[in-house]
Design a protein around this ligand. Structure first.
Ligand code: ATP
Ligand code: MG
Length: 439
């Protein structure tokens, strides 16, 4: 049969139903389901196989004498986490988890699992994060872990929908680059034929070039690479960054976009991920906009640090405890922010940069950008950087660059703070950190 539609696609597959597609009202219907052997309970005269698929659990019930004896014996011997295909009839059963069970007529072991298993998938036996990450494929079979990544999927969907509806065009910029975005910051060098090259630490320069290109509003969701050596619970060496840049707007405007995006993401997840939030035991509080704006001066006052210092973890914590909801820190000292940030006309020592903070940590940074070629060149030189390396970027400012602003939001930090995860590694499938390059 040729596949002509999505419906045909499904009809051609090994199974007829996902667990969520079966209800007690299907009593008497023939179905084929597929998944993993979550558990086998052998009570002598009756055996239960709990099959797990992506969406949930199905009880397959075998009563001695009522099903084929070979089948009965086979089921009792299957190793947990083996992959099976079960054909059978749906039977309404109030005592079964979903109000129905499957009485099998045929069961195929598609692939046997070895034992012992590297992890307990049922979650009854806990495992430390390293063990879980070493066997991430198995860890992802656990409800909790899977809930996180389904929510991550919905967060991405919410972000894309929000930006799409706000007139943003999705772009992809190179991850192999010749120049550092900001200079100084640790980069991963790579071998690129005869030349020196790096993994990109930010799409900053390219998204700004897109403003000169006239795309007006762009966004990118992609990896950024930071060769930071520290080993903390909120830093990764490969991060998923949500970046936007918009023309003819101010930093205030992109702050509004950012807070609305955060709010709508929380709303979307609240609506669409009820089950996943339940599994995680998380109740989301949808943040109210506008978020509080705290000046850098106020923040360092509460954080107890000197003017000119960046907020460290301890200072972030002190301010977070005081504010206890999302807030912005604005009006940063020019000297601690990158060269491409616009300063206030009357106060050049202060710049139009902002950080979006969750009470636990920074989750985004953004600013109004310098759009004058002359000023940008001066600022690059003032930071001791070589303008030659920035030629491809600077050129875009010579022939009609509109004023523009933008931000970069760390996706894992957004997820980590939203779901109250202890470690950022929980929010990414295969974390890259100082000690971890595999899997
Ligand atoms: P921090 O000071 O918290 O290390 P940063 O100011 O160096 O972060 P930016 O360069 O401003 O980070 O990057 C924008 C956003 O990208 C950050 O607010 C954060 O959400 C995310 N991000 C940056 N670096 C990392 C990292 N190493 N691990 C996880 N997220 C990161
Ligand atoms: Mg920052």
């Amino acid at each position: 049969m040729r596949i002509r539609s999505r419906r045909d696609l499904k009809d051609n597959m090994l199974r007829t139903h996902y667990s969520r597609e079966i209800t007690p009202d299907d009593d008497g219907k023939n179905v084929v389901i597929a998944g993993w052997v979550h558990e086998i309970r052998d009570l002598g005269g009756i055996a239960f196989l709990v099959l797990r698929d992506r969406d949930g659990f199905v009880q397959v019930t075998l009563s001695k004498g009522k099903v084929d004896e070979k089948l009965f014996n086979l089921v009792r011997s299957i190793a947990r986490e083996s992959v099976v295909l079960v054909s059978g009839v749906v039977k309404r059963e109030d005592k079964a988890p979903n109000g129905y069970e499957i009485i099998p007529s045929e069961l195929q072991v598609l692939n046997k699992a070895e034992s012992p298993l590297p992890l307990d998938v049922t979650g009854k036996v806990s495992a430390d994060l390293d063990t879980r990450l070493d066997s991430r494929f198995m860890d992802l079979r656990r409800q909790r872990t899977q809930a996180i990544f389904r929510i991550r999927h919905h967060v991405l969907r919410a972000i894309r929908t929000f930006l799409e509806n706000s007139g943003f065009v999705e772009i992809n910029t190179p991850k192999i680059v010749a120049t550092a975005t900001e200079g100084g910051t640790a980069l991963f060098p790579i071998t690129y034929f005869e030349q020196e090259a790096f993994l990109s630490q930010s799409p900053q320069l390219y998204k700004q070039i897109m403003m000169a290109a006239g795309l007006d509003r762009v966004y990118e969701i992609g990896p950024i690479f930071r060769a930071e050596e520290h080993d903390t619970t909120k830093h990764l060496n490969e991060v998923s960054s949500v970046d936007i840049e918009a023309s003819f707007v101010t930093h205030e405007d992109v702050m509004s976009i950012l807070e609305l995006l955060v709010k709508s993401t929380y709303s979307h997840v609240t609506e669409r991920c009820k089950h996943e939030l339940d599994v995680l035991g998380v109740r989301l509080k949808i943040p109210k906009v506008p978020f509080k704006r705290l000046s850098y001066d106020e923040a360092i006052d509460i954080g107890g640090i000197e003017w000119g210092d960046d907020l460290d973890t301890a200072a972030e914590k002190l301010v977070g405890e005081k504010i206890s909801e999302h807030y912005f820190i604005v009006d940063w000292p020019t000297e601690i922010k990158p060269y491409y940030i616009e300063t206030y006309e009357d106060r050049p020592e202060i710049c139009k940069a902002f950080d979006l903070m969750h009470p636990r940590m920074e989750i985004a940074s953004g600013a109004q950008r310098v759009h004058s070629h002359e000023l940008l060149l001066r600022r690059i030189e003032a930071q001791g950087l070589n303008p030659e390396g920035f030629e491809f970027y600077l050129r875009a400012f010579k022939y009609g660059m509109p004023p523009h602003a933008g931000w970069g939001l760390g996706l894992e930090r957004l997820l980590m703070t939203m779901l109250d995860l202890n470690n950022i590694r929980e929010a990414i499938l295969f974390p890259r950190d100082r000690r971890r390059l595999s899997p």
